[in-house]
Ligand binder design. Structure first.
Ligand SMILES: Nc1ncnc2c1ncn2[C@@H]1O[C@H](COP(=O)(O)OP(=O)(O)OP(=O)(O)O)[C@@H](O)[C@H]1O
Length: 718
């Protein structure tokens, strides 16, 4: 039976236009939209013809001076909100455009006809006739299938140089831009069709708007709205497009059944957290829908969990939210152990420093090793290999350790580790690794299903250890129905120094590993600079192979990162406060700016210096989501900003002695530990710089850090 109920869709462009109009007009648009959603065919809505290129684009009145542009179908019952602006600009927007179904891809596209002819003329004017077009050998039907609109085929045919491609991509629908960039980078047409999932020929009905809106490419820019509440919620945060529109490479990961665990890698800002959040929602609403079903969404850091929970609430109903538990893994373990009657306190490096000092007093005279060596050995050999007795320690392979130890030496130093473990026990403390293992064995020793979790979603996987992943496997033991584990992470952002091999934790991702490559957050300039910071380091892929940052691109462009050096702290502070004033007077609220420094004591120092200069400062807290309505420039350590983002980032105090941290460097036990520390400090800079949406500025006083590219060669030990 045909459904005659009018259907309403909204476009991403509409949200952009809506976000730019005055607040008071937005209120009027909301009133119109409510009426429109109830019945777009109502006689109370007057559709004015525009006299443009597409007679189905109509204008409707918002008030005396503002108009919305709506797609009103000739056939069918689907209406689309396309644009809103003042009268003249709205008319001129609509007169130039057509709304069409691409005859080969089937996606609905909005094409600016005048812009298409102008770009074709511009590219053709530069062309030397003897030189063949870059894409001459590709038949039209493939270009169309990749999403190039008919009207832009001429411009694509005129392309010869990379510059032509750069000019053209911003004028193309996103899917066509993705494809053209791949072709331009030298991928064959077959490779490009495969990568874009467009190998198959399809029969397309170019009049069927409903079918067109179902295509993944259409879903990047149009959303069919189910009900009034959803529509008003979308309008309430028009700039948070991630809530509504997913890139097809993201949607393909979210909305489908997976036979087993999935691993998604992607550089900073590629939407891993967005994908993970939508995956949790999709599973809760479509697969694990019983009232007792639960999904665990876990992260490494507590403040990211807090942030994610706040964001999930924006896309999930309270009922869906009730079934998704968001918690950092350490907090989850502590409460799980407590529920099992085990009271334990998870302790971290600074809390155990005293115990280490005490244990170190038991060290043998020979071999003579530093305290830092013992601590590294504990973490990287003993804990990493779950060693509990000397016999195991004598036979373990110490891969990657810089100092060799023979059997007798291992036997001699074991006493220090034994003492450290016994001191922990006396206090009733546990290192996180041990708590994970306890929880894991508790779960493994219970027959049948003990927890309500049907799936675990893991963000920040690069910082999780083997023990965490073994525990996750125990939380959702392997079953035939899949959809159990969904892991996102980026080894380039590892700042807590744990490497993991998923297959060793019982998590088999073969055939289910994917990569996101489009950076939505940082400009291409910042992305490239932050990639340069990591030059020459090799990274794993969380499963024993290598990962790299090749083939990424950013959607945005902007200024190059700026490095500013000063002779004193006071001069640096004066620069920062003037910079903040400039940003504020050009309309950027300081809540969108973050000062990022290496240590907690620098947070205190910079915060107090800024306050002395009458700048309002807010420190980012571990336990609260950042509330943008609270005024003041943000300040945090490099570790704390992981997973967060700001319009502007100032990396302050990038001084020699601070990056890498002198005290940590002087404690490194050997070459391997030294290099690993340097690399992890470089990852820290990478993480901090990639938090910036618009621009990153680095400041230092005295000598600059040797880890900033272009200032000096990075001193690794050979
Ligand atoms: N489909 C999308 N449409 C619009 N914006 C998106 C989309 N996907 C992601 N974004 C935006 O890109 C930015 C980065 O997303 P997200 O935080 O999920 O990336 P990430 O890969 O987890 O980043 P990182 O690893 O650096 O923390 C966010 O502002 C997010 O809203």
């Amino acid at each position: 039976m045909l459904n005659h109920q009018p259907k309403l869709a909204i476009s991403a462009d509409f949200l952009d236009a809506f976000s730019r109009i005055p607040r008071q007009i937005q209120g009027k648009v909301n009133v119109f939209v409510e009426k429109f959603k109830k019945d777009p065919t109502s006689s109370g809505i007057n559709y004015e013809s525009i006299n443009g290129r597409d007679s189905r684009l109509k204008s409707v009145r918002i008030d005396l001076s503002y108009r919305a542009i709506v797609f009103k179908p000739d056939k069918g019952n689907t209406y689309i909100l396309l644009w809103v602006d003042n009268h003249d600009d709205a008319y001129s927007w609509a007169q130039r455009r057509v709304c069409k179904i691409n005859p080969e891809s089937g996606a609905l596209q909005i094409i600016d006809i005048e812009e298409a002819s102008a770009i074709e003329a511009e590219i053709s004017s530069r062309r030397i006739p003897q030189i063949p077009g870059r894409f001459d050998s590709i038949p039209d039907k493939y270009l169309l299938r990749l999403g190039i609109p008919d009207e832009l085929l001429g411009a694509v045919r005129a392309v010869v140089t990379d510059e032509d491609i750069d000019k053209l991509v911003s004028k193309l629908p996103e899917e066509a831009a993705d494809a053209l960039l791949m072709l331009g980078a030298g991928y064959s047409i077959e490779e490009t069709l495969t990568a874009q999932d467009k190998n198959r020929e399809q029969t397309i009905d170019t009049d069927n708007i409903d079918a067109a809106l179902e295509k993944d490419d259409s879903k990047r820019r149009f959303r069919v709205v189910e009900n009034e509440t959803e529509l008003l919620e979308i309008l309430a945060a028009p700039l948070e497009k991630w809530r509504v529109f997913l890139h097809p490479s993201q949607r393909r990961l979210v909305e489908r059944d997976w036979k087993g665990p999935v691993r998604v890698l992607g550089g900073a800002g590629t939407g891993k957290t967005v994908v993970a959040m939508h995956r949790a929602k999709w599973l809760a609403e479509n697969r694990f829908t019983n009232s007792g079903d639960r999904i665990l969404f876990t992260t490494f850091t507590r403040n990211l969990a807090v942030d994610i929970e706040a964001n999930l609430r924006k896309i999930c109903s309270p009922e869906t939210m009730r079934r998704i538990r968001v918690e950092n893994i350490d907090a989850w373990v502590t409460s799980f152990l407590k529920s099992e009657g085990v009271t334990t306190k998870i302790v971290y490096d600074d809390q155990v420093a005293e115990l280490w000092e005490k244990a170190y007093e038991c060290k043998p005279e020979s071999p003579s090793l530093t305290l830092a060596f013992y601590q590294d050995e504990w973490r990287e050999v003993i804990q990493a290999n779950k060693i509990t007795n000397l016999k195991q320690y004598l036979t373990v392979t110490r891969t990657g350790r810089g100092t060799r130890l023979n059997r007798a030496e291992r036997a001699a130093i074991w006493v220090v580790f034994e003492e450290y473990r016994s001191l922990l026990q006396q206090k009733g403390w546990k290192e996180a690794e041990d708590a994970m293992r306890d929880a894991c064995s508790l779960l493994q020793n219970k027959p049948g299903e003990t927890l309500p979790f049907k799936a675990v979603i893991v963000d920040e996987a690069q910082d999780m250890s083997d023990a965490v992943f073994s525990l996750i496997r125990a939380i959702v033991p392997p079953k035939n129905d899949g959809n159990d584990i969904f892991i996102v992470g980026d080894p380039h952002q590892r700042i807590y120094g744990r490497k993991v091999v998923l297959s060793r934790c019982g998590i088999d991702i073969r055939g289910r590993s994917h990569k996101l490559r489009i950076n939505y957050r940082t400009t291409d300039e910042t992305r490239k600079w932050a990639t340069m910071v990591l030059d020459g380091i090799t990274f794993d892929d969380l499963d024993g192979e290598q990962d790299d940052l090749k083939g990424y691109r950013s959607l945005l462009h902007g200024d190059q990162p700026v490095v500013k050096g000063f002779s004193s702290f006071e001069d640096e502070m004066n620069f920062i406060s003037t910079y903040l004033q400039q940003l504020e007077s050009s309309g950027t609220p300081l809540s969108n700016v973050c000062i990022v420094v290496r240590t907690n004591s620098l947070v205190k120092q910079y915060a107090s210096a800024l306050e002395n200069l009458n700048v309002k400062v807010r420190e980012i807290k571990r336990t609260q989501p950042d509330n943008l309505s609270e005024q003041g420039v943000r300040i945090a350590t490099m570790h704390r900003v992981k997973g967060l983002q700001f319009d502007y980032v100032v990396l302050a105090s990038i001084n020699d002695g601070i990056l890498p941290l002198k005290s940590a460097l002087s404690n490194t036990a050997d070459k391997a530990a030294y290099n690993s520390l340097i690399n992890s400090e470089r990852s820290l800079i990478h993480v901090a710089a990639t938090r910036a949406k618009r621009c990153v500025t680095l400041t230092y006083y005295g000598q600059s850090s040797c880890l900033i590219p272009v200032t000096k060669a990075i001193p690794l030990q050979k």
